[in-house]
Structures are given as C-alpha cells and as structure tokens.
Write a protein that binds this ligand. Sequence first.
Ligand code: 3UK
Length: 502
Amino acid sequence: MCAIERLPDRFNAAHWFLRRMVEDGRGDRLALVCDDERLTYAELDRRARRVAAALGAAGLRPGDRVAMLLPDSPALSAAFWGTVAAGGVAVPLYTGLPPREQRAILHDCAPRFLVYDPTLGRPSAAPGRTLWSVGEMSARCAATCPAAGYADTHRDGFAFMLYSSGTTGEPKGVMHRHRDAWVCSTTYAEAVLGIREDDRCFSVARIPFAYGLGNAQYFPMHAGASAVLFPGRPTPEAVFRQVRRHRPTLFFGIPTAYARMLAAMEDGAEHDFSSVRLCVSAGEALPAPIFERWRERTGIEILDGIGSTELCHIFLSNRPGACRPGSSGTPVPGYRMRIVDDDGRDLPRGRVGDLLVQGHSAAALYWNNPEATQRVLGGEWIRTGDKYLVDEDGYFWHAGRSDDMLRVSGRWVSPVEVESTLLRHEAVLECAVVGVRDGHGLVKPCAFVVVRDGARREGLEADLHALAREHLARYKHPRRIAVVHAIPKTATGKMRRFLLRE
Ligand code: 3UK
C-alpha cells in the first residue's frame, strides 16, 4: 500500500531507482538485458551519472526538458535516468510517431536537449535546442569526469513528462513528479504483482508509454530485478524469440498483442512461456475469450488492469488467482474510486457512470494547457473519461468511453482525425468513424461515407485507403469503409455515432 509520508521531502527518483541499489551493496545485480548487452545497476548508475554530468556541463538547468527519440535500449535508460538525476525533466518520445505529431510535441515541450538515434533520421533543429546523437552523448559522457551526483530535488518536483492524446485527440504533455513512479511501484507493482528481486520483466509496450515505462524501467528497478529491452518491432515471432532467449518472469502485453500471439501459436509458431509467472494486459479491455484461450495454451493467467498516463500506471486490476475474465478487477490499494452520474452524484452498484479516481501518483498538470488541467486534473478527483459499473462482488466492468475517443491496439484514435483525413477526398460529402468489434472482441475503426451527388464511386474505397496510408498511423486506418445514404444525426446536427456502430 502507498504511504507517501514514508518518502522524505528531498527525493530524487533516479537516486531511488539506481543509486540505492549500489548503496545497498546490490550494484552487481543485473539491471538491463538487451540483445547481447547486459548492464548491472552499478554500470547503469555510472552511465546515468555521466549523462547528468554531460548535460550539466552543456548548460542544463533544473527543470529543463530533455527529449529522447531512442528505441528501447540501455542508451534510452541512461538518458532518461541521467536527466532525472540532473534535476531535468525527461521526455521519452515514441520513435514511431508520424513526423507532424513529432514536430508538434517537440514544439510544445521545447526541450533544451534532444537525444536521438541517427539511424531513425535527424530531427529538425530549433532555436535554443541542442541536438545530440546517441554517439555524441556517449562521447560527451566519456569526456566528462568525474561523474556527477544526484541533484537535490523535491519529491513533488517534476521528473518526467509523457505525451498522451487522450480525451481531445491533441497530444498533451502529462507532467509527473519524482514521487509518482515510487508510488506506482509500492502500490501496483508490490501489492498486485508482488514484484521481487529475482523477477525479470518484459514489456511489449515501449518505454515512452506510461505502461511501458513502469513495466520495463521503474518496476524492476524498484525491486532490484531486471528488464529485457527489445528495440525491434514486437511481432509475435520476435516476442516469442525474446521470451525463449531471455526467460522473463513477468510479461506485459496489450490485448491485440495477445490476440496476435494466440493466432501465431495456433499456426504452429514455436513458443515457450514456461519462465513466466504472470501476464499482464492493459491499454484497452481484455475480452474474456482471449483470457481463456491464453490460459488454455500457456497455463498462465492474464491480469487485466486499467491504467492511464494521468495516473502514471494501473489503478484498477485483477489479482493473481482471483481473475474475473472481462472485468478490470478491483481498486489497487492506495487508489480510491467513485462512479458518478452526469451531476456528479454517486451511483449504486450495477449502474453505469463516469469513473473518477484519486491517488498519490496523479499527474500535477498538462504542460501548456491550463484548460485541460482544470477539466481533467483540477478537482479532488481525476476524470478518467471511462464509463464503468461495479457488480455485487465489487468487480469493475468497463462500459466504454464518455467521449468519442477509441482505444485501438492500446492507443488513442480520434474519430475526428480519421474523418477529416477521408474528407480530403472530393467525392466524400460526409463521413463518420466509429469503433466496431472484430472477431476477437477488439475495437477497430470503421468508416461510413456519404458520396457527393454525381461523384464517381468506382475505386473510391481504394482511394480512401490510400489517403489513410498517406496521412495516418497504421493503427488508425479504417479497417472497413462503407458507403451509406445518410449519417444519422441529432436534432442539433451532431452525428449519432452509436447508431452506426450497430
Ligand atoms: C483505456 C483501458 C479498459 C481507458 C496506461 C499506464 O493505457 C494507458 O494509458 P493511456 O493514457 O490510456 C488510458 C485509457 O485507456 N484503458 C487502459 N487500460 C484499460 N480500458 N480496460 C483496460 N485494462 O480508456 C483509459 O482511460 O494511453 C497507462 C499503465 C497502463 C495503461 N494501460
């Protein structure tokens, strides 16, 4: 359980997650495994302190953002913790972002430094920004001696920032504090996963996502355990190879990844999950049939739990040995929950309402966005934007979003963004995008279009798929496009998307 009072006022997260291990005499324990590279806590601590020293020597001041465009790797880990150690704010960015989104995010967070992997292309320079390739970062670290110590930071000072496009579709920088990762480690990782020193974590979700950051960095580091980092694309075959080779004990996936792995297993792909003691799923609801089929194949339970970038990690989860397939389980110790109606009144069990959450790991604010901060994070309770009901036994069941946002492959899809892309086509008069469940029970975007009078219809579908390929990330592509006569609307002209879903 979380007792935030246990934390001293002066607290540096990088000191807690790396240096503490060395000071406790556990520095020679393995922290990271990545392909053939293995790093102990002592080595990672040294690398992080060198990054801190190099950043300091190059002019980093407390609170400056350091953005990272690096695949999951020891270099990303060192850059992240080095920044936090120096008192800066680490901003790990997903390397697969479309260029437009990447530019918007870099413009918004205005990092003082940007560390990038040159094999993925050179990001654009900007006034006041220092670009370091990973190679340059290492060279500067090697030239910096002695390694810096850990900045004397407050537990409530900013440590890292994660971009999420939930609720509005526009990416927002979610600001987290030094204490937040500690809180999630003591609540979810200790109390639900029972994480221990001999665990080895493997996460299909990458470090720049809140889910991956906990799974593959601060959870194992809290326990002195180790993480397997995989910089490649997590296809089922690649994941099976990593699991066979590195034998993780905790496996973190998302529902689509489990569905794809099951399909590959059924096609005879070689796999061995005998090292894994627990599987976790988050990002979107895990359909019960996937839970059942996975348990039949591997003998392992998948713990579904809901987390958010705002709360930093999972706050509602199933427990080992007490899973209720299809549900999100029960509150993680340390978090409080309410289900309310439109007027904010608490609803009785069995009724669907808006889920509000309270907990010590909640983000302090959205960067540069006081309106969203006020609306979502401003009150005593955080608005998750999710609809839930609680059954007689106290289990929580996800009942969709209260906005139109879709969760596809554990990521956000704004129907409006997909609609505006399809509307670029001159034959499209109107368009509505909704989430439709596929054969696994997972939501995928599908489009309904109304064709302009007299416009050509031949080849339209192929044209629209081409537009999607040109302008949208792959998971946002409409899986099906249907031509309809009209789109159902309310009296005020708002699209009634739920009618189309049926
Ligand atoms: C949805 C789920 C049903 C839900 C996340 C840390 O996904 C994470 O963060 P995001 O900010 O999205 C949050 C939203 O995603 N969701 C996530 N998990 C579930 N819905 N069942 C679930 N198990 O709408 C939520 O508001 O990107 C962050 C740790 C774990 C995470 N999943």
